[in-house]
Unconditional design. Structure first.
Length: 349
């Protein structure tokens, strides 16, 4: 069974109804809103989802699985990705309640629900599927650089930090590329991307020796396409997540990078350690990428949440002056500058 087989999901946020607290939920509602029956969040039950997300109009926020059943759900999706990917004790009740109602469970946690004896037994007795999206299976391929020989043009989103818009940028660029007439694919490398697209590998779950091989294999799956937008993970300077960032960079052998950045963010999330500047990240990413394959940063995608439109435009102008690259906020102002830059760099009309 696949994530996209579920069409009436309850999305669990449990008090974390913010862009950083429930990043998975925000993206699933944004890109698969037609398949969301309700959001489960007792702290915000009865409120309007669009007031929290900016989208999701008409999707109710409920206080319990029992209340959500009136909307005829078929599954419960864990919409929060806590640091370390563990299962908080407070969520166990939601999951067991959903299983008892025969609902499938879609989880992107590092903890594998099907390996939990209590949950697995309960699921068997109620005919409920446990879908551990982050499980890559027995993947044991070591990269050898073969992605560089593929004809598909490979664009990787990278960032100055984690949780800075790499997946959304890749998704929006894929959609914009298709509108431009390109045969474009989105390559999911994390649990949320897989929940949206229906396939991929959560590369951060792959054994480190094989993580670049996973990126390489993913590129091979879209080898017949014109261009692939590969979802980035972490940041090359983040002390906790740099490993997966480098594996994607070297495994996919991208020809172009799109740098994702939030103006004013000077520390890494989760560890509160200083981050390098935007220009330093661009230089470092290009240097590391070119160690394997010719590559350059073609543009910058700014994440301007919390800024007014005028402030966002000023931030875009400042980043353009700083980097001498095309810059946009792809959600507010669209992808046109980045698509034009990629078309020119990659030779796509």
């Amino acid at each position: 069974m696949n994530c996209v087989d579920f069409r009436r999901m309850i999305v669990l946020t449990d008090g974390k109804l913010t862009p950083f607290g429930a990043k998975t939920a925000f993206s699933v509602v944004r890109y698969r809103g037609d398949h969301v029956a309700a959001v489960l969040d007792p702290q915000h039950a009865g409120e309007r989802l669009e007031d929290h997300m900016g989208w999701g109009q008409g999707i109710p926020i409920v206080a319990s699985v029992e209340e959500a059943m009136r909307y005829e759900p078929d599954s419960l999706l864990v919409g929060v990705a806590p640091i370390g990917g563990q299962l908080p004790d407070g969520w166990r009740g939601y999951i067991t309640s959903a299983i008892r109602h025969g609902l499938g469970i879609i989880s992107g946690l590092h903890v594998m629900l099907r390996e939990d004896e209590e949950l697995a037994a309960l699921a068997r007795s109620h005919g409920a599927a446990l879908l551990d999206v982050r499980d890559p299976g027995a993947f044991d391929r070591v990269a050898d650089g073969r992605a560089a020989d593929l004809s598909v043009k490979r664009v990787l989103t990278v960032g100055t930090d984690c949780a800075i818009g790499k997946m959304v940028t890749a998704l929006e660029l894929t959609a914009a590329a298709r509108r431009a007439g390109w045969d474009a694919a989105f390559v999911a490398t994390g649990q949320t991307g897989i929940m949206i697209e229906g396939w991929g590998i959560a590369v951060d779950r792959v054994i480190s020796d094989f993580a670049a091989g996973a990126a390489e294999w993913l590129c091979e799956q879209v080898a017949d396409r014109q261009i692939a937008f590969i979802e980035g993970q972490g940041s090359i300077t983040h002390p906790g997540y740099s490993g997966v960032s480098l594996s994607l960079l070297h495994g996919s052998c991208p020809e172009a990078l799109i740098m994702c950045h939030q103006p004013g963010r000077t520390k890494h999330r989760g560890v509160e350690q200083p981050s390098a500047s935007l220009t330093e990240h661009i230089a470092l990413s290009e240097r590391l990428a070119n160690a394997r394959h010719p590559c350059r940063v073609s543009g910058v995608a700014l994440y301007t949440t919390g800024l007014s439109d005028d402030e966002a435009r000023a931030a875009i102008d400042a980043a353009a002056d700083e980097t001498s690259l095309p810059v946009t906020d792809i959600v507010r102002f669209g992808c046109d500058p980045l698509i034009a830059a990629l078309g020119a760099h990659l030779g796509l009309g």
